[in-house]
Design a protein around this ligand. Structure first.
Ligand code: 3HC
Length: 291
């Protein structure tokens, strides 16, 4: 099967990025948000990102316009009914995701592949509420989607090899390097990344080192583009807290347990860059250390 028409559910940070890469790669793309306000905001984010790509010389103005022409927004989930592939990128709530998978399963023809961009929830939890568990898989993009070259595909115990092969070809067609994980919480990337980020929080929490030295240590010591506390602010502390809880629930091992400081910061609303404050206070003009 060849994918021609793509649907994206959710036009937040990840959904907008996914819709952008699909439209830029030549796919007829429809992105859905729950209301007109959120849709306008998401499409605006997407247009700003493409304008930035033009400014940086990564995209020609002509290709930007062509990508814009292949993209349309909607607030109705049912409008995705003619899509070959639908990528769900909504909030990390299993209840919300399950409802979306149930609705899409009812609305779409049997050939439509349903993918989830979940960062950590096992795919079988969504596949099992559909009548097509062989055509459900994980398609985990990295943030920022237009820039990061990876897509992680997750094959649930029900996902067919054909679904995986079609999705692999799609991932490559949108310019990503594809890796494949079996279906367990955290997959490959977050299974390795999240314990590292949690350990950096524990180190800072214990007073062992300053936030700046922890960040500079990993940037200059291992050539990471961002130190762990800066990356936490970038990914979102709420998102990381959520993933840590999913991992801890699945494995019951202490390295996945969210440190008390993370919980406190999330409770206080210090969710990182998007909220103005995380490990660094962006609203007060603080910046992660320059190297
Ligand atoms: N389209 C295409 N290319 C773009 C673009 C766009 N919309 N926006 C930026 N770029 C390109 C730039 O041209 C530049 O390319 P170049 O290196 O060839 O010149 C490159 O992307 C970097 O852009 P910038 O120069 O603007 O930004 P920085 O150099 O400051 O890098 C960063 C920013 C890419 C965010 C970098 O700091 C980074 O890689 N940080 C780590 C990000 C990371 O780890 N993400 C994964 C998080 S984990 C995750 O997502 C999983 C989830 O489940 C939690």
């Amino acid at each position: 099967m060849e994918i021609k028409k793509v649907g994206v559910v959710g036009c937040g940070l990840m959904g907008a990025g996914i819709a952008e890469v699909c439209a830029r790669a030549g796919y007829d793309t429809v992105v859905r948000e729950v209301d007109d306000g959120l849709l306008a905001k998401g499409l605006d984010r997407l247009r700003t990102s493409m304008a930035g790509a033009v400014e940086r010389g990564k995209l020609s103005d002509q290709n930007r316009a062509a990508a814009g022409g292949r993209l349309r927004g909607t607030t109705r989930l049912e409008e995705l009914a003619d899509r070959d592939l639908i990528i769900e990128a909504v909030t990390e709530s299993l209840a919300v995701k399950r409802e979306i998978f149930e609705t899409l399963d009812r609305a779409c023809p049997s050939y439509t592949i349903l993918a989830s961009n979940t960062s950590s929830i096992p795919i079988i939890d969504m596949a099992s509420v559909t009548g097509r568990p062989d055509r459900v898989l994980g398609m985990h993009f990295m943030n920022p989607v237009p820039v990061m070259r990876l897509v992680e595909l997750v094959q649930a115990i029900t996902t067919s090899d054909e679904t995986l092969a079609t999705s692999r070809a799609f991932g490559e067609a949108v310019g990503k390097r594809v890796i494949v994980s079996k279906d367990r919480a955290g997959f490959i990337v977050n299974m390795l990344l999240v314990p590292y980020l949690l350990e950096a929080i524990r180190m800072y929490e214990s007073g062992f080192a300053t936030r700046e030295d922890i960040d500079v240590g990993m940037v200059l010591g291992t050539n990471h583009p961002m130190g762990p506390l800066t990356l936490l602010d970038y990914v979102g502390l709420d998102t990381t807290y959520f993933i840590a809880n999913i991992l801890f629930e699945e494995y019951r091992q202490s390295q996945y347990a969210p440190p008390p400081l993370l919980k406190q910061m999330v409770t206080a609303g210090f969710n990182g860059r998007k909220s103005g404050r995380g490990f660094y206070d962006y609203a007060a003009g603080e910046k992660p250390p320059q190297t």
